[in-house]
Design a protein around this ligand. Structure first.
Ligand code: FAD
Length: 486
């Protein structure tokens, strides 16, 4: 099945909107009656909504899952092009992420992971490209350079940030944490400007921008410290947790298991292609109306809609002021993630930074396609932001910013223009978490708000989405706890 989402380009076919994915659900709806009053309606079929819908339906609740798109997975989905899964959004997982690993074990997928890097052959180099030219390093030198630059960045306490974020899964921001949340990474870099070598500065800045998809000024220094803490306070940990292990069959091969298990419970009704327009809620339950005018009713609701698009839905009564303000501020991540299939086999083993002049900042060999070509993935963001489909020559030139390469195919999803995401993974500007983390997590009457964007642990990750979906289902089950069938 082909999703409406995503783009691909080849010389022969030109630019095409929509790519095939095993995450597309057919038939798009199994709603039988418009009059059913559901126990719970879950809006959003990303990992959070899928987890919530599955857990609630397995617990015996009558669940309706409503999703705007034609597919599951939200910001994590894979396209299957000529037998190869290009990851359009969320990709890498790690066994240190407890919620993700619980689910990987649940579906027996422990042996379905592979490593993105292959340093066994080819050029096997780290290419550090700046307006001054390209320097070449071994991967061992790359690790040493990255570790020293990030250690200087995070070392606010002589303990590599350990005293600032001692419990990375806690929802409490201590006064110390708040201080750093009100600082941007640009502020922190100004403090250590005399300690960094020029190369360390290039590495630190580009790695932070890879994480936030924003600019140095709009990236909360605390949230970067939080990622660092979650990754075991080391650069090696960052690589293991953030960019190393992915599903051989793509993310959609994981997500589909959640959906199938929920469906097998016999308690799941669903409707895709159903963007929600209005949500009325109060003492008597919830009434939801889609853009097409279809109305659904339930006792409870789990709202798994991302922060940056929450204000596009009309709530009656309106959203609580704190949540509304958080959604108005939004998060800053406008990551541009693009895949290229290239015929240069030696580049399978390159990693590279091209900064600050280039549109794509961070890239590396990510796989080998069935045709035997190299698959390169690269990331840009708000810094030198561009829309890959608008000027393909610019997009291809951004890849050449790492090294000369012969591009045969491009694949990507424009998350900035996506009306159901308006950005990539959550990354906050200074102050947002200190001011509004609690507001984003609070429930309102019969609605539980759940999303990776305000998870406590791996906030912004697939793990955080599953953490939140689990919490939401537990909360709603507790509401029904007195009922006989539970
Ligand atoms: P979403 O996946 O956004 O799900 C929300 C759902 O709500 C969507 O399906 C959306 O269509 C739907 N929706 C929105 N509005 C409406 C409406 N009005 N009516 C009905 N439905 C609506 N995480 C990792 O762990 N590892 C990674 O390597 C990684 N890389 C990433 C790379 C990119 C480019 C992106 C974009 C994300 C990445 N992430 C990664 C983050 C991860 O993908 C997300 O944190 C996670 O998928 C969010 O899940 P969610 O269910 O909370 O939200």
């Amino acid at each position: 099945m082909t999703s409406k989402d995503g783009y691909s380009w080849t010389k022969a076919q030109g630019l095409q909107a929509g790519v095939p994915s095993i995450g597309v659900i057919e038939p798009p709806s199994n709603v039988k009656s418009a009059d059913t009053v559901y126990d719970v309606i879950v809006v959003g079929a990303g990992y959070c909504g899928l987890t919530a819908a599955r857990d609630a339906s397995l617990a015996g609740l009558k669940v309706l899952l409503l999703e705007a798109r034609d597919r599951i997975g939200g910001r994590s989905w894979s396209s299957n092009i000529e037998g190869y899964p290009y990851e359009m959004g969320g990709t890498w997982v790690f066994w240190g992420q407890a919620n993700v690993w619980r689910e990987i074990a649940r579906y027996g997928m422990q042996d379905e992971l592979e490593i993105s890097y292959d340093f066994s052959r080819g050029i096997n180099k780290y290419l550090l490209s700046s307006p001054q030219g390209t320097q070449t390093f071994t991967h061992e030198e790359e690790d040493a350079l990255m570790q020293s630059s990030l250690a200087k960045l995070v070392n606010v306490d002589g303990c590599l940030g350990k005293t600032v974020v001692p419990f990375p899964h806690s929802g409490v921001l201590t006064p110390e944490a708040r201080k750093y949340d009100h600082m941007s990474v640009a502020d922190r870099l100004a403090e250590i400007k005399n300690d960094l070598t020029p190369n360390e500065r290039l590495c630190a800045e580009s790695f932070v921008l890879l994480c936030s998809g924003g600019t140095l000024e709009t990236t909360s220094f605390y949230e970067f410290l939080h990622w660092w803490a979650l990754s075991g306070y080391s650069y090696e940990g960052c690589i293991d947790y953030l960019v190393k292990y992915k599903f051989r069959g793509g993310q959609s091969s994981f997500a589909i298991n959640f959906f199938k298990e929920a469906l097998a419970s016999g308690n799941l009704t669903y409707a895709f292609n159903s963007p929600v327009a209005t949500i009325q809620h109060g003492g008597n339950g919830v009434q939801i109306t889609t853009r097409a005018g279809q109305t659904y009713k339930s006792t409870k609701m789990i709202c798994a809609i991302p922060l940056n698009v929450l204000n596009d839905v009309a709530f009656d009564p309106p959203l609580a002021p704190g949540r509304k303000a958080a959604a108005t501020t939004g998060h800053v991540n406008q990551c541009v993630k693009v895949h290229a299939e290239i015929s240069d086999r030696d580049l399978r083993s390159f990693t590279g930074i091209s900064y600050p002049h280039n549109g794509l900042i961070y890239g590396f060999g990510d796989g080998e396609t069935p045709a035997g070509n190299t698959h390169v993935v690269a990331f840009g963001g708000q810094h030198n932001h561009f829309h890959p489909e608008e000027n393909l020559e610019h997009t291809k030139a951004a890849f050449q910013g790492f090294a000369p390469m012969n591009i045969e195919r491009l694949v990507f999803h424009n998350w900035s223009k996506d009306e159901f995401a308006k950005g990539a993974w959550f990354f906050p500007a200074p102050g947002l978490l200190s001011t509004h983390l609690k507001d984003m997590r609070a429930r309102e009457s019969n609605i539980v708000f759940a999303c990776s964007d305000w998870a406590l642990g791996w906030r912004s990750f697939i793990d955080g989405a599953i953490e939140e979906g689990t919490r939401a289902a537990i909360t709603v089950r507790a509401d029904f706890a007195g009922r006989a069938k539970l």
